[in-house]
Design a protein around this ligand. Structure first.
Ligand code: 5RP
Length: 222
């Protein structure tokens, strides 16, 4: 199976976790795009969606799925999103597409986070994938120096602005042995809007697509 076929497989599997007659939280990225396409097939059974990126919102709308502003939604039973890396504690690195801040906000609101990935995303230790950090433009150099101080090699993402008008610094070379601690530490740097470690609010369920099919992993099984 190709990587895209695995992504499609987990995306379809995630439909089983969508709550009927409710609003579903939708992340972003190529795996989520497959999820949105699959969601179109059951659009009559959901109220609509909240999107974590403009790109996902556009795709949802193209499928005729109603997109709600997060502020107008009382409850979000489920949020479905991909990851760049995930470990056995269901801590993740996200933000490869630069949507980490909105993803983190929607994930925080949701009761349940269902992460959908192909098997290549499962790692022992987070950090091989460069950690995205969203930064207010005037703080770019300062945050870069602070990331160096923490042992990382910061690299500004070229020609990129987030949906919030900010910059992304991709931080290479961090071996993230204590994800919740580093997540908090990075958030404390002035000028950091958010960082791509999702540990304080990790996933509740991981649907991992491999050649044998989809494995469902929860933290208690770790
Ligand atoms: C975007 C994300 C994505 O979930 C992550 O990059 C995974 O993307 P893909 O499904 O394309 O591999 O965090 O900000």
């Amino acid at each position: 199976m190709t990587q895209d076929e695995l992504k499609q497989l987990v995306a379809r599997e995630a439909l089983k976790h969508v709550v009927e007659d409710a609003v579903v939280g939708v992340g972003s990225g190529s795996t989520v795009n497959f999820f949105i396409d699959a969601l179109a097939g059951i659009k009559g059974r959901i109220e609509g969606a909240v999107a974590a990126s403009e790109a996902s919102a556009e795709r949802l709308k193209r499928h005729g799925i109603r997109v709600f502003d997060l502020n107008s939604v009382d409850a979000l039973p489920v949020y479905v999103d991909g990851a760049d890396e995930v470990n056995e504690h269901l801590y993740m690195i996200k933000g490869g597409g630069g949507a980490l801040t909105r993803e983190k906000i929607v994930a925080a609101v949701a009761k349940r986070f269902v992460c959908i990935c192909d098997a290549s995303k499962l790692v022992q230790v987070l950090g091989k994938f460069p950690l995205p950090v969203e930064v207010v433009p005037m703080a770019r150099s300062y945050v870069g120096r602070e990331l160096l101080r923490l042992g990382g090699q910061p690299e500004l993402r070229e020609n990129f602005r987030t949906d919030n008008g900010n910059l992304i610094i991709d931080c290479h070379g961090l071996s993230i042995v204590d994800p919740p601690k580093l997540e908090a530490e990075l958030n404390n740097i002035a000028g950091v809007v958010s960082n791509g470690i999702f540990a304080r609010r990790g996933a509740d369920l991981l649907l991992l697509g491999g050649p044998q099919g989809v494995r469902s992993l929860t933290v208690t099984q770790a």
